[in-house]
Design a protein around this ligand. Structure first.
Ligand SMILES: [Zn+2]
Length: 150
């Protein structure tokens, strides 16, 4: 190896050392849908929350499935939806592997927030006071979901 290609090798190693961690971070949260509104981006990529009672999905009672508004991954089936009275679409069970969870300590509370496994978008928080055998309540921002009727 001559000196010039050795210098190139050092340079490339150095560049990838800087950019590789950035690439990992970028992969964790990725905007896929170019039509997301500013409000959707604020919630999904800034860990925001929509105002309670504003989602039309609160009133959705048809059979079908709920998908990620960013990457279209299938997250919930309509059979797991229930009226929690909180003002946010609520589900007692997510599809296997749909989400990754993380402990959130904001607002002086300890809550479990969940993110889409596929694109990393924030969807909501999951609580242990739901109905059914698993007792879960996925409290989901309606703006993060797309309902697809059967
Ligand atoms: Zn997603």
């Amino acid at each position: 190896m001559n000196k010039r290609s050795f210098n190139k090798l050092i340079l490339y190693s150095f560049i990838s050392m800087i950019f590789y961690p950035l690439k990992i971070l970028a992969l964790e949260k990725k905007i896929i849908n170019p039509n997301l509104t500013d409000e959707q981006k604020r919630i999904m990529f800034g860990d925001g929350t929509e105002r309670a009672g504003t989602s039309k999905l609160n009133f959705e009672k048809r059979k079908g499935s709920y998908h990620c508004a960013n990457c279209n991954a299938k997250l919930f089936k309509s059979v797991s939806k229930f009226d929690s009275g909180t003002g946010w679409p609520s589900f007692n069970e997510a599809l296997p592997g749909a989400f990754k969870t993380k402990i959130d300590y904001s607002f002086g509370m300890k809550r479990t927030e969940y993110h889409c496994s596929k694109c990393g978008a924030h969807h909501g928080h999951v609580f242990n006071d739901g109905p059914g055998p698993k007792g879960k309540r996925y409290c989901n921002n309606g703006l993060c979901l797309i309902f697809i009727p059967d």
